[in-house]
Design a protein around this ligand. Structure first.
Ligand SMILES: Cc1cc2nc3c(=O)[nH]c(=O)nc-3n(C[C@H](O)[C@H](O)[C@H](O)COP(=O)(O)OP(=O)(O)OC[C@H]3O[C@@H](n4cnc5c(N)ncnc54)[C@H](O)[C@@H]3O)c2cc1C
Length: 377
């Protein structure tokens, strides 16, 4: 029998895995992390320079305590790493009064007594002239929303974890795992390792790594665009434009950021094609650029200048859009921290802590009932 080398093996060192490794090692666990690429990288779900963090959560008020915990932990991570990971810009959730983006954000803000203001379309145009919502749209403005820098966040978690004793093996794909001697054996293309527990944070590859479960997950291709403003550049500065998320037609969403030096980033939220993570089409077609331009022309017209760059990313969607943060239903020594359905990054610091708490047998800081796997199998 192999001697116990590790308490926990973390499979996948992207947003969720890097945070989990840090919280485990901080609690004295012997941690091995394995990833098929060198992290952070641009082949999964956590690249593209920026991610929105927002508090008045339109998807479900139950996310509010989790994001509040995440804010605290991002701030702790900034202190521990000495890196600036978050820029507060404020945020606008814009849509018609009955849209989920507007009505859901308002409901979350009211239920949790969050500081916020409800603005008319006209008020948005006056306060933030980069944006041109029609008169029949409204917005929830929230002061604490902002921008996270995902590659830096992952780097900070990994570097701190490594300094504290975690071992990381990059460019080593996990091929198989099985329960063994009350723990888990993980087989990679290079070697095999045993640990008391494993945490699977495989993102878009979760379905593959957890293939015995036949999880109903869909990987969705998403394009991020950066445009040079064609006029009025100053309207897009971070001190003049909050992050903004729109339900511009029923069930159709896009979002945008201020210009942080590389152009104005915008993207559709969902409406992407279902893809295989190993065969993702990373080319952006002229008609995709044209579709984005049509949205800009309507709602952010000054940003519709030359295209600077694009990056293709993946969402891993559950049918109800909520995450899976739970123990494996058949193997208690395996935890799952994945399928974040295109809105997980902001929570990564708190999800890492929650997964570490579950592995340590502690009660997590936040209620995780919404994320149980039982609802999907
Ligand atoms: C375009 C886009 C915009 C987004 N915008 C936002 C936003 O504004 N706000 C927000 O909160 N969220 C946003 N999200 C969602 C958020 O980024 C994701 O939920 C989050 O980054 C997912 O993290 P993860 O750790 O699950 O996946 P990843 O970071 O992709 O990590 C998974 C890791 O597992 C590794 N792996 C997989 N299989 C194996 C294997 N067999 N062996 C070894 N390693 C393996 C992969 O190589 C990868 O490194 C966005 C996502 C995209 C794509």
């Amino acid at each position: 029998m192999t001697p116990t080398q590790y308490d926990v093996i973390v499979v996948g060192l992207g947003a969720m895995g890097s945070a989990t490794a840090w919280h485990l090692v901080k609690n004295g666990q012997r941690v091995l992390g394995v990833d098929q690429y060198v992290c952070p990288h641009r082949f999964g779900s956590s690249h593209g320079q920026t991610r929105i963090i927002r508090e008045a959560y339109f998807e479900h008020p139950a996310y509010v305590p989790l994001v509040q915990r995440a804010y605290q932990l991002w701030s702790d991570l900034e202190q521990a790493s000495g890196l600036q990971l978050l820029t507060q810009t404020g945020g606008l959730m814009i849509g018609r009064p009955e849209s989920i983006v507007f009505s859901g954000a308002k409901a979350s803000a009211e239920e949790h007594h969050l500081p916020h203001q409800v603005l008319s379309g006209e008020e948005v145009r006056q306060k933030f002239p980069g944006l041109t919502p029609p008169w029949d749209m409204k917005a929830v403005w929230e002061p604490r929303a902002g921008v996270l820098y995902p590659e830096l966040c992952i780097q900070a978690h990994l570097e701190l974890a490594q300094k504290a004793g975690a071992q990381f093996h990059f460019e080593e794909a996990v091929q198989q795992w099985e329960p063994e001697d009350g723990g888990v054996r993980i087989r990679t293309e290079r070697a095999s390792y045993w640990a008391r527990q494993a945490v699977i944070c495989a993102g878009a590859w979760a379905r593959e790594v957890l293939d015995g479960l036949n999880l109903p997950l869909q990987v969705e291709r998403q394009v991020q665009f950066w445009f040079e403003p064609k006029s009025e550049h100053t309207l897009f500065q971070a001190n003049r434009l909050p992050v903004h998320l729109w339900e511009y037609e029923p069930g159709r969403f896009f979002y945008g950021f201020p210009d942080l030096g590389n152009g104005v980033k915008v993207a559709a939220h969902h409406q992407g094609v279902t893809s295989d993570p190993d065969q993702l089409d990373r080319n952006v077609k002229p008609e995709e650029i044209e579709q984005m331009r049509q949205i800009l022309q309507r709602f952010v017209p000054h940003a519709n200048g030359p295209l600077r760059s694009t990056a293709v990313c993946m969402y891993t969607n559950t049918p109800d859009g909520h995450f899976i943060l739970d123990r494996h239903p058949h193997y208690a020594e395996v935890l799952i921290g994945s399928p974040c359905s295109g809105h997980g990054f902001k929570f990564a610091s708190a999800i890492g802590e929650a997964l570490a708490d579950l592995a340590l047998g502690r009660k997590p800081h936040c209620n995780l009932d919404l994320f149980k796997i039982g609802r999907l199998i």
